[in-house]
Every structure is written in structure tokens, then in C-alpha cells.
Ligand binder design. Structure first.
Ligand code: GSH
Length: 216
């Protein structure tokens, strides 16, 4: 198994958590340095034409891409512990929470978007940061509202870790990277804290990866 990753990638962080929860250790972790633009080099473009991390090669392939698709693949191939609830409504809620992060919010603040704002639209650094913080806050506010429902427990959906918690952990790490104030979102903060008490989450944290700085 080959895992294409980078310490700072929040999407790779999501997959790292799932790998840890499932007790799966890739044979090789291939670093694709997003800060040097290596995701756009021919070698990686051949792996993932979207030029985004993560990607996972399991055996002969084909290559797996998009964090949520990879996590569901891992959940299907390694069913214990399950990362989705047993009922259809629960699964829909968990997938919905996960998609707020992975599909609605995170894609707006990734390097390709920030670099387009900078180089093509000539938007200055403070305005780019305001853009990133805006989309973070939108997602945090939506998550916080959903998490007030009775389906929420110790984690996003009851007391078992699900894909929603994996995504929430990545949103919380991203909020720190972009200095977003999370105080208005106490349920998000509480669940992010509960996640970090689990070794599989803590070990996967971006700042614990090779090459990461002590803080950002
Ligand atoms: N929706 C994708 C997001 C993938 C993505 O955009 N990853 C970022 C790092 S977190 C990336 O590699 N970006 C490269 C770029 O924007 O140039 C997923 O969840 O896997």
C-alpha cells in the first residue's frame, strides 16, 4: 500500500486518521510537498489528475483519490471499527456533516484556490486570509447548529467515532492554521477535543508528521 501525503494536507490528515483507526499501516508514505508545488509535477499528475492529495494505492490499484472515497473504501475493506452508523438516516447525517467539511468548505481554501486568488486575481494577503476565514466560519457555524441536535453524543453522531468526526478534526486543525476563533462553536471544540484524546487521531495530526514545524 502506498499513501501519497503531506504533513499540512487536511485531506491527507482525514485519511491518516482512518488508516490509524483501522490499524492499517501503508508500506510506503510518499511525500508530495504542497508548498513546493509538487502536486502539479508530472509524476504526481499521473497519479492524481486533480493534482490534489491524498491518493492511495492498495495492491495493484486502481489508484484511489478523494479523501471521503478513500475512507469509505477503507471502511468497506476493514469493517472494524465501523465509521458509519448502521441505519440509513444516521449514515445520511454523518455523510452530510462530513461533506460540509470536505466538499463545501475545505475546497475553497486549498493552495490552488489561494494561489489563483493571489496570482490571477491579484488579491492581497490580508484579503486572502479574510476569504479563508470566512469559509471556515461558515462551515463551523453550520456544524455547530447541526451538533445541537439530539443525535449528537460524545462524538458527532452518538458515542462512536464516525467519518463526521474525522472531518470535524480536520476542520478544527484547519481553523488553527488560519487563526480562526472557534470559541463561538463549543460543540465543535468539545468534539475536536474528544477526538484528540484518541491515539489514532492524535498520531495523525498534521503537526506530528515528518517535516512539520513545531507550530504554525
Ligand atoms: N476534496 C478533496 C480535497 C483534496 C485537496 O484539495 N487536497 C489539498 C490538500 S488538503 C491539495 O492537495 N491541494 C493541492 C492544491 O490545491 O494545489 C479531498 O477531500 O480529498
Amino acid at each position: 500500500m502506498k499513501f501519497y501525503s503531506f504533513w499540512r494536507s487536511l485531506a491527507a490528515y482525514r485519511v491518516r486518521i482512518a488508516l490509524n483507526l483501522k490499524g492499517v499501516t501503508p508500506d510506503e508514505v510518499i511525500d508530495v510537498n504542497l508548498m513546493k508545488g509538487q502536486q502539479r509535477e508530472a509524476a504526481y499528475r499521473a497519479v492524481n489528475p486533480m493534482m490534489a492529495l491524498p491518493a492511495l494505492l492498495d495492491g495493484d490499484g486502481p489508484i484511489l483519490f478523494e479523501s471521503l472515497a478513500i475512507i469509505e473504501y477503507l471502511d468497506e475493506t476493514h469493517p472494524k471499527p465501523p465509521l458509519l452508523p448502521g441505519d440509513a438516516r444516521g449514515r445520511a447525517r454523518v455523510r452530510g456533516l462530513a461533506q460540509i467539511v470536505a466538499c463545501d468548505s475545505h475546497p475553497l481554501i486549498v493552495p490552488r484556490v489561494r494561489e489563483y486568488l493571489e496570482h490571477e486575481l491579484k488579491i492581497d494577503e490580508p484579503t486572502r486570509m479574510a476569504w479563508c476565514r470566512h469559509w471556515h466560519v461558515q462551515a463551523l457555524a453550520a456544524l455547530e447548529t447541526h451538533l445541537k441536535s439530539k443525535e449528537t453524543g460524545r462524538f458527532c453522531h452518538g458515542d462512536q467515532v464516525t467519518i463526521a468526526d474525522i472531518c470535524l478534526a480536520s476542520q478544527a486543525a484547519g481553523a488553527k492554521f488560519f487563526s480562526v476563533d472557534t470559541a463561538p462553536f463549543p460543540n465543535v471544540v468539545r468534539i475536536a477535543g474528544a477526538c484528540q484524546e484518541i491515539d489514532a487521531f492524535a498520531r495523525a495530526h498534521p503537526l506530528k508528521q515528518p517535516g512539520a514545524p513545531a507550530s504554525v
